[in-house]
Each structure stands twice: as C-alpha cells, then as structure tokens.
Design a protein around this ligand. Structure first.
Ligand code: PRP
Length: 174
C-alpha cells in the first residue's frame, strides 16, 4: 500500500517561496537577458511557476535527462533531448526540482559549461544535502530538506504523484 501523508510543503508555502526566488533572480539579472532551462521531467511544474514571476527578458529552453542507474555512484546520465539554444556568451540558469546526489546536475552543468556561456547558474526547488556525492555550487535553493523520500510538485515515485500541487513525504507499507 502506498501512503501519501499531509503536505510537507503546502501549496501556499511553495508559491510564496517560488515568488521570493523569482524576485532574487530578477534583481541579480536586472538589465540582462537570460536563457532559462527547465530540466525535465521533474521541473515541469516548478519551471513554469518560477519563470512567470521573473521579470527580465528571457528565452525558454528544455533539457530532458534521467539518471538511469539510480543505485550506482557512477552518475550515468542519459540525455534524451538537448537544449536548442546556442548558449555561447549567454547568461544561463538551470531549473531543477531536486538535487540529491548531485550527479545529474553535475553532468549537465559540465556539459553546458563546455559551450562557453557568459554565466551558468543553478536554481533548484529542493536541496537534499545529506545525500550529496559531488561538489556542486547551487546558486538558488527553494528549500533545504532532510533525507526523506518526497513526492509531488514534479517529484515522482515510480512515475506517479508528479501532479500533486504540494510536496508530501512518501511512505510505502506492505
Ligand atoms: C530526478 C530529479 C533530478 C535528479 C536528482 O530525476 O528530477 O533530475 O533525479 O537526483 P541526483 O541529484 O541524485 O542526480 P530523474 O533521473 O528521476 O528523472 P525525472 O526528472 O524524469 O524524474
């Protein structure tokens, strides 16, 4: 049986924090244009929520990735679809739902950095620092969370629960 408990982060908490992050990014990039990149599938809800509140000129792009051997430490990341923008000389911000081991974002970060953007920043909705395996400098963090398995707001358990508008702690009882 799968049990979804009470919201760990409510819709209101999430939306308030998203607006705060958007305001910080708007200030930091005032007078500049950015390329906002949503990392799918996880960021499919966070990304549109935050970009609609960022008020600097921007281009929107997407990258579809997955860490397909979750249990391994080798960081085997599959890129299913790359961004389409040429980011050389551009100010790029990556938007992710969660940084866990950091392997996914490290791989994507290094790949995009080699294309010589003017700047490359990372914005994650959730940060689970307890599980980090690689060094990663995260510029914008929505919430630091403890090592619980969470679902909702883009995060899944075996593909499900991504559509919940809040974050909940997932428990599986057999
Ligand atoms: C999840 C999440 C992050 C990554 C974080 O994606 O969206 O991209 O894992 O984990 P890490 O820091 O340990 O690499 P997943 O690979 O499950 O694909 P998804 O976005 O399609 O859910």
């Amino acid at each position: 049986m799968m049990v979804i408990g009470k919201p760990f982060l409510t819709v209101e908490q999430i939306q308030n924090r998203v607006r705060e992050l958007a305001s910080k990014i708007s200030d930091d990039f005032s007078g500049k244009e950015i390329v906002a990149v949503g990392i799918l599938r996880g960021a499919f809800m966070f990304f549109p929520d935050i970009v609609r509140h960022i008020n600097v000129p921007m281009k929107i792009d997407f990258l579809i990735a997955s860490s397909y051997v979750k249990s391994q430490t080798t960081g085997k990341i599959a890129i299913f679809a790359d961004i389409r923008e040429d980011i050389k000389g551009k100010n790029v911000i990556l938007f992710e739902d969660i940084v866990d081991t950091g392997l996914t974002l490290k791989y994507i970060y290094d790949m995009l950095l080699s294309r010589e953007p003017a700047s490359l920043k990372i914005c994650t909705f959730l940060d689970k620092k307890a599980r980090r395996k690689v060094d990663l400098n995260i510029d914008y963090i929505g919430f630091d969370i403890p090592d619980h398995y969470v679902v909702g707001y883009g995060l899944d358990f075996e593909g499900r629960f991504r559509n919940l508008p809040y974050i909940s702690i997932f428990k599986e009882r057999i």
